[in-house]
Design a binder for this molecule. Sequence first.
Ligand code: ATP
Ligand code: MG
Length: 722
Amino acid sequence: MDVSSLLDGLNDKQREAVAAPQSSMLVLAGAGSGKTRVLTHRIAWLMQVEQQSPYSILAVTFTNKAAAEMRERVEKVAGTNMGRMWIGTFHGLAHRLLRTHFQDAGLPQSFQILDSDDQVRLLKRILKSLNLDEKQYPPRQAQAYINGKKDQGLRPKHIDAGGFPIEQNLLKIYQVYQESCDRAGLVDFAEILLRAHELWLNKPHLLAHYQERFKHILVDEFQDTNAIQYAWIRVLAGQTANVMIVGDDDQSIYGWRGAQVENLHRFLRDFPTATTIRLEQNYRSKGNILKASNALIANNPERLGKELWTDEADGEPISLYCAFNEMDEARFIVGRINDWYEKGGNLSDCAILYRSNAQSRVLEEALLHKGLAYRIYGGLRFFERQEIKDAMGYMRLISNKNDDAAFERVVNTPPRGIGDRTLDILRTTARQQELTLWQACLRLLDEKVLAGRAASAVRGFMDLIVTLQEETQDMALYRMTDTVIQASGLKAMYEAEKGEKAHARIENLEELVTAARTFEMPEELEDMGELNAFLSHAALEAGEGQADAFTDAVQLMTLHSAKGLEFTMVFMAGVEEGIFPSKMALEEGDRLDEERRLCYVGMTRAMEKLYITYAESRRIYGREDYARPSRFIKEIPPQYVDEIRLKAQVSTPMANNRFSAQKSAVANDTGFSVGQRVHHPKFGDGKVTNFEGSGAQARVQVNFSDFGSKWLVVAYARLEAR
Ligand code: ATP
Ligand code: MG
């Protein structure tokens, strides 16, 4: 490939960045202005024009999906396979580093990753052992405390809790938690980064080696790096590496996780020779979408300030749909996608974005109902499902008996008569004598502290693990997985449970065997053995890569996971006060700006068409709420928006009910007629006073004796004639 083609398809500013002399650089620009494109072209440029080895390049981005896309884009531009080149997420790269240098990092070779759920379980146990009340110290809060400290690079010894009892206790929890992780050979996500950073600080020879190696460091989505990530890059770069960072302050959406826009300023201070390049042309979105996004984000104070423009036509306005409830919303969205699909469009060009993972279930159901393939990124991940984690728990114990989190998870799943009391004794012993739970079992059995039924139950469990370990040693991974699922009793347990949910769990367990069978060993993990590689894969990828990339499927994901991506058609669902902005953001004033940035991220994912939907009432998190449209909707100037109305809307004011006779005839469509007495499971008895719409969208107005007048969607209201 010749040099000029590396610069093809770039504007002047972009070229300036791609072809800059070797140096540090900040590319600061809004959504869709080609930042990622510049970064990938720059990598190709370094290799082809500057003759730099792929070996000398380190590229970091935010999600596994984005990393895979970046690798793909670079391979396309450079025309070669990047094989072992270090492109990945901060966590992925740091994990790779720890795997390679586990000894220097003070970890056992078989160390495993402790995910968020396991972390909470472990914390619960620790709270108990410290006699702290879960109500006063909610485990999730302790988790946030620990992760927050780690994100700032702080170990317990660095923290001064002062004279504050709560802070002192949190610190104590952190301490005990860390000790048990260390004993069990477990690292949580924040720990991965912290250890990787400490590796630089504590092992100068290693640092020197990598500094010598990585002459070029490139970071995408820089606005979302946190303190420890920045420090890691900063130290690695040393005095000599060229660091290129690209980012957009308007898309900083991880403030709650410790990411800091200030890192942008810090970078300019730490790398004083860095040049700043701004890009202003947006190539992604049609005019209306872009202008609406610009208008929305203009409501935020304290922006570095930049306005994007586009050469593109205005395109269609943004469509706004007000649904009756979450099911109507899902049906509307799926209907539009189906239309698009029937006209020959690809499903994978459509994305449904939502604020919280819990929103996906209804959308999934509607997609299933229509028979449209879909894929979920993040959340509801295969490897996060209960039964999968149970099976993986056994496999983790087989790999490392001291894995306390795995031990806790499966010791009594399926139930084998190891009661809470026995577990309490185990935990207390483990804690007092600084042992892992497995070691505590051995000791207690040895000393005959455990006796009778408890002892034989514990012994039975330990025998099971040891036998499994021996028997599966030489098996192929998938056979091992299958053996574990059967021999552990997990499968039998769910089979006995019956019902749809249990059935789905069995299917998932079966799917796990498939996952093991199709598992491809990543090159960089080759030396760690298949089982360990598979376990790490499960913890790290957690579903992001599990779906078969070749099926054409609708893309479902949270707004957070959509960062950096683009789709022809985007649906933003559930744009309601209390959902988006979230309830939590509404309660804490300063989080509102971040929610708005998230909205900006969501809107700017759309290339051709953007739909925004909200519902008047919504069942979510097990409750039913009446909602108001999000303030963000009101912040979009009306000239860019087209409100979709019901086709067959008959809206006659109730007082003006002269046509009731005529209406009763039409009302057959709803199955109710004006004047009819009805009963509602929640609102009780009432009388139909009006109706509108038809088919699935038919609504009736009912005057309830206890609740007054309400509009209800006939299809969902569970109204009964009296
Ligand atoms: P985000 O902030 O959302 O991550 P970004 O700034 O990284 O966006 P890219 O994803 O690199 O933007 O680019 C957005 C789209 O515009 C992509 O489809 C890209 O291929 C295209 N694009 C970028 N620059 C140009 C250009 N000079 N000519 C034509 N298309 C371009
Ligand atoms: Mg990008």
